[in-house]
Design a protein. Structure first.
Length: 231
């Protein structure tokens, strides 16, 4: 396959998945050799084995890191600190895209970011929504798309609901949680958190530790909302 033919096939794709690209091809070795050469020459950039992005010179669409996070390992959804940042629930910028998956844990690092995947049991893989990514998407300013010339080509990402992101954070980190610890997190903008939903979700974890954490967070949110009203 010539380079111009390859570009014609993949030029509109945010991420190139070689498994899909080579589907139906009887002898894939020549194309795999070419892909390896194009990577070495800098025409394409590897995200992980079998997944590539066109270099700046050839990329014609913007590519969102949130989309990359959702396609490098499927099914998965962005959660923990990165989701808390997305909802502006914590003041710190988070540079690692942490996702939750029912598959094995993994970590992929490239020039486009660090993408980490935390394993969670299948019974807890829920509580997330899909978002269509564009320049107006919340979180765009803190996580700009990769440079391109036009469009986003219908990129979708999956992200935990805020209540689920909080519970995933405490469940997967297994941190010894106290009221002081929660205060040190400096949680903010909590008006959009539904404590009713959070307690409902916490029951599904079937964990005494998560139930206790939920009680502490619930009290923290109650005090936060009370102080907001007084202001």
């Amino acid at each position: 396959m010539k380079w111009h033919e390859f570009l014609r096939k993949v030029g509109g794709l945010p991420v190139i998945n070689t498994e899909i690209l080579l589907a139906g091809v009887i002898n894939t070795n020549p194309i795999k050799v070419q892909i390896s050469r194009w990577e070495k020459s800098g025409k394409i950039i590897q995200l992980k084995r079998g997944f590539y992005i066109l270099s700046d010179e050839y990329r014609k669409i913007v590519v969102h890191p949130q989309y990359i996070a959702s396609v490098l390992k499927t099914p998965s959804y962005i959660s923990l600190e990165k989701a808390l940042e997305y909802y502006n629930l914590i003041p710190e910028a988070v540079h690692t895209y942490t996702s939750v998956t029912a598959k094995r844990s993994a970590r992929y690092a490239s020039k486009f970011g660090i993408f980490e995947y935390r394993h969670i049991k299948t019974s807890l893989f829920w509580g997330y929504n899909s978002i269509e990514l564009n320049k107006q998407t919340r979180g765009y300013a803190s996580a700009p798309p990769l440079a391109g010339q036009a469009g986003t080509n219908g990129q979708i990402a999956f992200i935990a609901e805020p209540e689920k992101a909080l519970l995933d954070f405490f469940y997967l980190n297994k941190t010894q949680v106290s009221n002081d610890y929660i205060s040190e997190m400096r949680l903010q903008n909590l008006d959009g958190i539904s404590t009713e939903k959070m307690f409902e979700y916490a029951e599904k974890y079937k964990s005494k530790r998560i139930a206790a954490v939920c009680e502490m967070i619930g009290l923290y949110i109650k005090n936060y909302k009370r102080s907001e009203k007084q202001l």
